[in-house]
Write a protein that binds this ligand. Structure first.
Ligand SMILES: *Cc1c(COP(=O)(O)O)cnc(C)c1O
Length: 350
């Protein structure tokens, strides 16, 4: 057996299919921005941006470093979604033809330069980033009347269509747009909006989690990553024996336990509950005992022919990342982005 390592297999065809599906839900004048912040939600920025460049209209990023990386091989629109923080970065942004968000007073210096396309972000109720409609009105009258810009906002609960905050946010966004010329391009939709409120897609949709299949409430979008590792030890446990740190679990009968070579230092959540389902040789097995730094333990008592070296799949397109997230009160966004650099990354269909 080769020295084992947890592996992350990224299937670019799945990401492409997810994008093609999401685009099929848009009306023809909505453009598709792939949001690839945080290393493409943990999938690898360069490979993903390169692998989808031909089927998207632009990229949404946060850090200038990320944007420079993507600009090396893409001529598409690149938006810095949290704006710029100093003049040196503004110069870099202009040189590389990046768009920039402006979300607060400290970023108004960006308006001094005519050579950058800007996205004015308004706060419609999420109360994170963005100008209030009142602040926006001042800026508009002072500095935007004769300038092109895109009006944007961000939704707090688009994954929960029955939350009343959604309609409040849409109403405010539409009111602000209407009280000005209403000819500016507009953007408010993230993945949840594309799926739950397609009538609010406007000119640009900004989709991240949908690309990678982590959106709860849609089963067409597939999990694009396979996170797996190998069994390195199998133990027979007697009724009454306790397993792992804190002896968290006690065998209720004679059992067979497999130790798998992955732990929280690989990004597998330490807080994972017992009974969380993972997959081995096409059978479903349960987490049994507390996850350690380099190891986790699963119950394989009822799984035939399990042996050292067999691969254990934590999540993939069949046993989805959403399942593991939901069973543990976590979100798939976090599971994707917490996988650590020691995990071996393999790209499929690149
Ligand atoms: C992350 C982000 C998105 C993408 O949201 P998803 O829910 O992953 O589709 C869109 N817009 C902004 C401003 C973001 O920060």
């Amino acid at each position: 057996m080769k020295e084992p390592s947890a592996e992350l297999i990224i299937d670019i065809d799945i990401i492409r299919n997810n994008i093609i599906y999401l685009k099929s839900l848009l009306n023809p004048n909505s453009k598709f921005m792939a949001v690839l912040k945080a290393n493409a939600y943990g999938h690898g920025l360069q490979k993903i941006a390169d692998g989808i460049n031909d089927i998207v209209d632009g990229f949404g990023l946060v850090r200038i470093e990320e944007a420079l990386n993507v600009r090396k091989f893409s001529n598409k629109k690149i938006l810095l979604m949290q704006g710029l923080y100093n003049k040196a970065d503004l110069d870099l942004a202009i040189k590389n033809n990046f768009d920039s968000v402006i979300h607060n007073q400290d970023q108004l210096f960006i308006l001094d330069n005519e050579n950058i396309h800007i996205w004015l972000k308004i706060n419609t109720g999420m109360n994170r980033l963005g100008f209030s409609p009142k602040e926006f009105s001042k800026i508009y009258k002072g500095r935007l009347i004769s300038r092109e810009f895109t009006l944007m906002s961000h939704l707090a609960c688009s994954d929960n269509p029955s939350d009343e905050l959604n309609s409040k946010q849409f109403d405010l966004f539409n009111d602000v747009a209407k009280s000005y010329q209403d000819t500016m391009p507009k953007s408010i939709a993230n993945t949840g909006c594309i799926l739950n409120f397609p009538q609010q897609n406007f000119d640009w949709v900004r989709s991240g989690i949908g690309l990678f299949g982590g959106f709860i409430g849609n089963d067409i979008l597939e999990t694009a990553m396979t996170f797996r590792s190998q069994i390195i030890e199998i133990k027979n446990i007697k009724k009454g024996d306790r397993i792992g740190y804190n002896g968290r679990v006690t065998a209720s009968h004679n059992m067979k336990i497999a130790l798998v070579y992955a732990g929280y230092a690989d990004g597998f959540p330490q807080a994972t509950f017992d009974n969380t389902k993972i997959s081995i040789n096409n059978y479903s097995a349960s987490i049994f005992g507390q996850v350690s730094m380099d190891l986790l333990s699963i119950d394989i008592t009822k799984i035939p022919k399990c042996k050292i070296g067999d691969w254990c799949i934590f999540w993939d397109k069949h046993n989805t990342i959403k399942n593991l997230a939901a069973q543990n009160n976590l979100i798939s966004y976090e599971l994707m982005t917490r996988i650590t650099p020691r995990v071996k990354v393999i790209f499929k269909n690149q």
